[in-house]
Design a protein around this ligand. Structure first.
Ligand SMILES: C[S@@+](CC[C@H](N)C(=O)[O-])C[C@H]1O[C@@H](n2cnc3c(N)ncnc32)[C@H](O)[C@@H]1O
Length: 283
C-alpha cells in the first residue's frame, strides 16, 4: 500500500505543504487508484507525474478525499432519540439552570442536511411547547464548496428519503425547475436558516477549538458523524478530543453508525443501547 500512497503524500507535502498522510491508508490508496483510472493513468507513479504536470489535479484529488455525501435525518434512530428524549432533557436542564439557549455544533455538516434536520426538530418542539428558549446551531465543514451549497440550501429528492411526507411538505417547497436527470429539486424553508451559522472550519485547526463564531464552545450537542473513518486512528483521537472538549458538562457527542466503536475506546459511554449518542465518562 505504501508504494501507492508514498509518492502522492510526498508530492502534497513538497508542493502544497499539506499532510495527506493523516487519511486512513486503505482509503487513501483506493482514492489514488480511482483517480489514476479516471485520468487514464496506468499506475500510481504515472498518476503522480500527471499531477505534477497539471496544477488542477491536486485540487481535484484533495476534493475527492472529502466525501460530502449526506442525507436529511441520515440515521433516523439517532434523530428519533434526539427528538423524544435528548432535546426534552436539555430543555429541562435549561429551565433548572436559567439558561435560554440550546447550543449545537454540526462539526462536518457537508451541505447542511444534518444541521437543517436538527433545526426542523427544534422548531417543531418550540412550536409545540410554546417555549421561551432559543437554539443556535454552528455548522461547519472543511469544504468551502459544501458550505456554499448549505447556504444555497437546494436539494435533490434523494436526500429526503428518510423524511415523512408531512415534514417534507412543512419544510420544503418544490422548485418548478427540474434538476439533473429531470430529478425534483427542493428549497428549504428560510425559517430554518435563522438560527444556523455555517462556516468553513478544519477540525485539525490547531489555533481554534471550535468555529470562531461560536466563541466559547460549551455545546449541549456536538454531531461529528461519518468522517472519522476516513482518518488514521491517531487523527480520529485528535478529532474526538476536540469535539469532546467543546461539550458542556453532561453534553452529548454523536457519531455515525459505523463509528460507534471508536468512542467506546475513548472515555465515552452510550446513552441508549445500540445508538450513536454518547456521554463522557466521569473521571
Ligand atoms: C460523508 S460527509 C458526512 C456529512 C454528515 N456529517 C453526515 O453524517 O451525513 C463527511 C464530511 O466531512 C467533511 N470533513 C472531512 N474532513 C474534515 C475536517 N478535517 N474538518 C471538517 N470537516 C471535514 C467533508 O468535507 C464532508 O463534507
Amino acid at each position: 500500500m505504501k508504494e501507492i500512497t508514498d509518492p502522492i503524500v510526498k508530492h502534497f507535502r513538497q508542493l502544497y505543504d499539506i499532510d495527506i498522510s493523516k487519511f486512513d491508508d486503505a482509503f487513501l490508496s483506493r482514492s489514488i487508484l480511482k483517480r489514476s483510472a479516471d485520468t487514464l493513468c496506468d499506475s500510481p507513479s504515472s498518476y503522480c507525474k500527471h499531477m505534477e504536470q497539471n496544477d488542477w489535479e491536486g485540487k481535484r484529488f484533495l476534493d475527492s478525499l472529502h466525501i460530502g455525501y449526506s442525507e436529511f435525518f441520515r440515521n433516523p434512530l439517532t434523530f428519533l432519540i434526539l427528538e423524544r428524549f435528548i432535546i426534552p432533557e436539555i430543555l429541562l436542564k435549561l429551565k433548572n439552570t436559567h439558561r435560554q439557549e440550546i447550543r449545537i455544533w454540526s462539526a462536518a455538516c457537508a451541505a447542511g442536511e444534518e444541521a437543517y434536520s436538527l433545526a426542523m426538530i427544534l422548531e417543531e418542539q418550540k412550536h409545540s411547547n410554546n417555549g421561551k428558549w432559543n437554539y443556535r446551531i454552528f455548522a461547519s465543514d472543511i469544504s468551502k464548496e459544501q458550505i456554499v451549497k448549505a447556504n444555497t440550501s437546494t436539494y435533490s429528492s434523494e436526500t429526503l428519503n428518510n423524511m415523512s411526507l408531512k415534514r417534507i411538505r412543512k419544510w420544503f417547497t418544490e422548485s418548478p425547475h427540474a434538476g439533473l436527470y429531470d430529478n425534483k429539486v427542493f428549497h428549504i424553508n428560510p425559517v430554518l436558516k435563522q438560527n444556523i451559522e455555517f462556516s468553513v472550519f478544519d477540525l485539525f485547526n490547531e489555533q481554534l477549538s471550535s468555529p470562531s463564531g461560536s466563541i466559547f464552545g460549551d455545546f449541549d450537542i456536538v454531531i461529528c458523524a461519518n468522517l472519522l473513518f476516513y482518518y488514521k486512528t491517531r487523527r480520529r483521537k485528535t478529532i474526538l478530543e476536540k469535539t469532546g472538549n467543546a461539550l458542556t458538562n453532561g453534553g452529548y457527542l454523536i457519531t455515525g453508525e459505523t463509528e460507534r466503536n471508536f468512542l467506546f475506546r475513548n472515555q465515552y459511554h452510550e446513552v441508549f443501547p445500540e445508538s450513536t449518542i454518547f456521554r463522557k465518562n466521569r473521571v
